[in-house]
Design a binder for this molecule. Structure first.
Ligand code: GLC
Length: 582
């Protein structure tokens, strides 16, 4: 079970980006022609997405919780990064069992985050700067405090009864279903009020919506239209691959819970629901939409995103993200996974490229090296990777600085609901608590949710109050203010790398060719489009490493390097990264 929780990212966060186009600033890119005959240019393929966890970005009123006015105060910083799109985690009314992923009113703003006026001002401020906004839609479940659920549970005769999944007690015990977040991992919760169980794949406070009900679907599409009418530029569909269910609830084979995606994702009619959503919402609004979940296979992923099917636009594969383990990971495996996904989508479909988000621990702590000696250089190396691969790069707030894991030692310091529930579960079953604590220190998603490090003052300039989650003490030397002043900082490297990508369509659309495939230390590949060819060299190790490409580097031009002295040789220094024009 512990493993189940810690690898939750594999199940949940195989996301799919659904995009068509967008109705705000930068529309000129909509009409862009092809880079090559076979490449269909789209603005969202060329965009760099910056993800903001609103709770942790900037607090304006001193309550210790980030808010919309806080984000507004940092719009010029966001603009300075060169990114094109902001993805905001949920900001709707919520009792916050799961930090906003339990929505009690889809048409209002969470009190902690501000008001609808603040939202309108944020959207305006973004659009004035040519930045688009993608909102997070939680549609697999609502909060148990949503009016729909309150009505649904009040009576078996309620017209809202079928908005959720109920199993009447007189039918016996419902067939086992696994809950990812429940303290007992039981997805059925018995409710005395109507003598029935309701289904919740996540926490008890997140009952699953019944997508098989056309009335519910209409309500959801109306909500999406409400936001689209406000002028937002896109939707991320949270955990959507779990929405469709076989409501006969067949018995799953024993051991089913070990493969949540296989048994719970891509249920019957999921494609029909997506087609309906596309027809009802996306096609009408010219919006980019993002859904989480690429299914179980390349075939599933293609079925979700191939443009002619009119469902989603972009696949978000999590196989790569799940490679990092506390004991380290194998670079050949990492290369194999990213190369395999690239080749499966080389001709058709499109992928997101990312190594971190709000459900992961920090990028540099998992895939780089967060020791004092190598943090900066390895964070830059990872930026070089993410911003030179095919696919739309997603960058999570703070990763542009090389922010690291919080690595809390005491359970009291953690706030993440599933982590606290799992801790209780482990205690209940007499599990190995020491092992659990070591695992969460590396993997818990709170590691990636600590306050943004703006400066070296108390609480990193995030809040004048007490932050909802402890600030990482390394903000004393790892913060925006200090990195702004240093031309060689991680932050400034990130900006240069974003610029390099945007100036070179070959880094977006170009053919990817892996070199020196079995090299255990270096990741090297070329990106090629028309008459432009780039070589990307990445040393993933803390030692000098040599590679063999057979390419004569003597006349090559290094466009960017994470070392101040550029060598352009086949021996790379620790975590050295370079993009070289051939
Ligand atoms: C998604 C979100 C995650 C949330 C879960 C339940 O996977 O990314 O943060 O906890 O859905 O809504």
């Amino acid at each position: 079970m512990l493993k189940q929780l810690l690898h939750i990212t594999t199940f949940l966060f195989t996301a799919v980006l659904l995009c068509s186009s967008c109705n705000s600033a930068n529309n000129k890119t909509e009409t862009q022609s092809s880079v090559t005959d076979s490449t269909d240019r789209k603005w969202w393929k060329e965009a760099v997405v910056y993800q903001i966890y609103p709770r942790s970005f900037k607090d304006s009123d001193g309550d210790g919780i980030g808010d919309l006015t806080g984000i507004i105060s940092k719009l010029d910083y966001i603009k300075s990064l060169g990114v094109d799109v902001i993805w905001l985690n949920p900001i709707y009314s919520s009792p916050n069992d799961d930090n906003g992923y339990d929505v009690s009113d889809y048409r209002n703003i969470m009190k902690d985050f501000g008001t609808m006026q603040d939202f309108d001002a944020l959207l305006k401020g973004l659009h004035e700067r040519g930045i688009k906004l993608v909102m997070d839609f939680v549609l697999n479940h609502s909060s148990d405090e949503h009016e729909w659920f309150k009505q649904s549970r009040s009576s078996r005769a309620s017209k809202y009864r079928d908005y959720y999944h109920w199993w009447n007690k007189e039918k016996g015990t419902p067939p086992a279903r696994y809950s990812l977040f429940d303290v007992n991992h039981d997805a059925w919760k018995y409710d005395t009020l109507t003598n029935a169980y309701y289904l919740h794949y996540f926490s008890r406070k997140q009952p699953d919506l019944n997508w098989e009900n056309p009335t519910l679907r209409r309500e959801v599409f109306d909500i999406m239209k409400f936001w689209a009418d406000k002028g937002i530029d896109g939707f991320r569909l949270d955990a959507f691959q779990f929405s469709a269910k076989d409501t006969t609830f067949p018995v799953f084979p024993s051991g089913y819970e070990k493969n949540f995606v296989q048994y719970y994702a891509m249920g019957p009619h999921l494609h029909d629901y997506l087609k309906e959503m596309n027809q009802q919402v996306f096609s009408k609004y010219n919006v980019m939409s993002v859904a989480e979940g690429a299914g179980n296979s390349f075939e599933d992923a293609h079925n979700l995103v191939d443009a002619d099917r009119k469902e989603l636009g972009m696949a978000y594969a999590f196989e790569g993200v799940d490679i990092a383990k506390p004991e380290g990971y194998s670079l050949p495996h990492f290369k194999e996974v990213f190369s395999r996904w690239d080749s499966a989508f080389a001709e058709k479909g499109w992928l997101a490229i990312f190594l971190a988000n709000h459900d992961q621990a920090r990028l540099v702590s998992r895939f780089g090296n967060d020791s004092a000696a190598f943090r900066d250089v390895s964070a830059k190396m990872l930026a070089t990777f993410l911003l030179s691969m095919r696919g739309t790069p997603y960058y999570y707030y703070g990763d542009e600085l090389g922010m690291t894991n919080a690595g809390f030692n005491k359970i009291e310091d953690y706030k993440d609901m599933p982590t606290l529930n799992e801790y209780q579960h482990q205690k209940n079953i007499g599990g190995d608590i020491k092992k659990f604590m070591a695992e969460i220190k590396f993997s818990c998603r709170d590691n990636g949710r600590t306050p943004m490090q703006w400066d070296s003052s108390t609480n990193a300039g995030f809040t004048r109050g007490k932050p909802w989650l402890q600030t990482n003490s390394n903000h004393a030397y790892l913060n925006v203010a200090m990195q702004e002043k240093n031309p060689n900082s991680c932050l400034n490297y990130f900006r240069k790398m974003v610029k390099l990508r945007k100036e070179n369509p070959a880094l977006v659309y170009g053919k990817y060719t892996l070199l020196d495939k079995d090299n255990p230390d270096v990741y090297a590949y070329t990106r090629e489009l028309n008459n432009k060819k780039f070589l990307v060299l990445l040393n993933f190790k803390s030692k000098n490493s040599t590679l063999h490409t057979g390419i004569d580097l003597s006349k090559a031009k290094t466009l960017i390097s994470n070392y101040t002295t550029v060598l352009a040789s086949e021996t790379l220094r620790p975590y050295e990264a370079a993009v070289i024009e051939l």
